[in-house]
Design a protein. Sequence first.
Length: 121
Amino acid sequence: MKEPGWQDPIMVTLGSFVFALPWLLPSTFGDPMAGDTMAWAFLLTGLATGVIAVAGIVLPGKWEALVECALGIWLMALPWVVWPVTDPSTGDWATVVIGGMMVVLSGISVYSGRGRRPRQE
């Protein structure tokens, strides 16, 4: 079994941060208790990121990095898909930065050799 990468604890932290965003900044990301779609999208995306990152610590492999990359791309597009905006706010650009960090970290994880099977000779 491979060792978990240094990216996984960072992904857990990013997932926790995305999960907490609606409560930290309800005026920007919506109030989950009011049933805002944007807030629930952030909650579910953060929860999925955290769960996949923890699963990557327990069962490291390429699969979790690919899923985290897809979640990062989804997070970058989230403000425009769920709640189309014509004038993006600072919060919208913050989600692009966080999603970009997720994509870069998962890309490093995929291309650093983690999750590869040893060559059989």
